[in-house]
Design a protein around this ligand. Sequence first.
Ligand code: FES
Length: 96
Amino acid sequence: MAVALRQSCAVASVPTSRRVAVVVRASAGQINPSIRKSEEKVADIIKVANVPKPKAVFCRCWRADASKFPYCDGSHVKHNKETGDNVGPLVIDSTP
Ligand code: FES
C-alpha cells in the first residue's frame, strides 16, 4: 500500500513532506476487517419503505460495529484519525 501511494505521489508531483502513510487493518487486499466474514459476499437490500426517516446513514468504511452494519455508527471518525483516511457514510435524505 505504501509503495502504491509513493508511486502515485511521484506521478502527481506531491512533495515528500506532504506524503502520508495509510494503515489498513484488514488483511492484504481486503477492506472488510470483521463484518460477517463467514459470508461469501456481504450485500444488503433495504426497501425504501423501511429506510429510517428522514435520513438513513449507511457505512462505507467497513468499521461499523457488526451489530449496526450496514448502518454507520460513527466508527469512520476513529478510522480516519488513526489512518489519515477520509471515508464517510452514504446518507440517504428523504426530506423533500
Ligand atoms: S462507521 Fe463506516 S462510514 Fe461511518
